[in-house]
Ligand binder design. Structure first.
Ligand code: GRF
Length: 227
């Protein structure tokens, strides 16, 4: 079987995208090609990273209401994905826009998001900041299929990292990002191996290989079943 072609959507610097490109480059993640990187921010560094990796990179800025608004924006996204034949899976990797319920329904089971908190705690724009403010002692990140809500679809993998006494938002987010860069490519890998079985809200990871002895583990972190 040929590689499956995915689209990565990113709004910012794209370190999550880079983790997928690196895992493909090192041979850890096989059977997957990033066929397109899309950003709602035309000068996002994520697009630059894509170009450096010889991956088509397209900016699709939001569309003003008078010209069709979100529906038109999403139609342009879908058109770009189809033009590049890169719609086996969409990966939201630091994509800061909420997709419409219509989009979520029509791509059901084919969109994965990564969020920098242990969902369902701290959904929304600032998971690390909200976790710090709340005073939790464990933080982390979650990959999940999207549904019609915000950060609410079935959880795939979660990784937990400690919150340290001197943490500020940046240091905590930095530690969470290390975990994101491991569980995001692993999630795509499990998907590519057809090992994600969705049963209602629960995602069962079917038996197979493990990355626990393939990557450098983060000290004091807790890895999920299936990693
Ligand atoms: C990540 O923490 C991701 O979970 C989020 O935004 C951040 C993106 O980082 N929602 P980057 O642009 O991939 O470096």
């Amino acid at each position: 079987m040929g590689d499956r072609i995915i689209t990565v959507l990113a709004s910012g610097r794209g370190s999550d995208l880079q983790s997928i490109l690196d895992a493909i480059g090192s041979g850890l993640l096989r059977g997957v090609e990033v066929g397109l990187v899309l950003s709602d921010v035309p000068d996002a560094y994520a697009l630059e990273r894509a170009r450096k990796a010889d991956v088509p990179a397209v900016g699709v800025p939001p569309v003003p209401k008078a010209e069709g608004g979100r529906a038109e924006h999403e139609a342009r996204i879908e058109q770009a994905v189809l033009e590049h034949d890169a719609g086996d899976l969409l990966v939201l990797a630091g994509y800061m826009r909420v997709l419409s319920p219509r989009f979520a329904r029509s791509w059901h089971g084919r969109v994965i998001n990564i969020h920098p908190s242990l969902l369902p705690a701290f959904p929304g724009r600032d998971g690390p900041g909200d976790a710090l403010e709340y005073g939790v002692s464990l933080a982390g990140c979650t990959t999940h299929f999207i549904d019609e809500g915000v950060d609410s679809g079935p959880v795939i993998l979660q990784g937990a990292v400690p919150v340290l006494p001197d943490d500020d938002r940046a240091s905590l987010h930095g530690r969470i990002l290390l975990m994101e860069h491991q569980i995001l490519p692993r999630t795509v890998d499990l998907w590519a191996q057809d090992r994600l079985q969705v049963e209602g809200r629960r995602v069962r990871v079917l038996p197979g290989d493990s990355w626990l002895n393939k990557v450098e583990l983060i000290p004091e972190a807790l890895y999920p079943h299936g990693f």
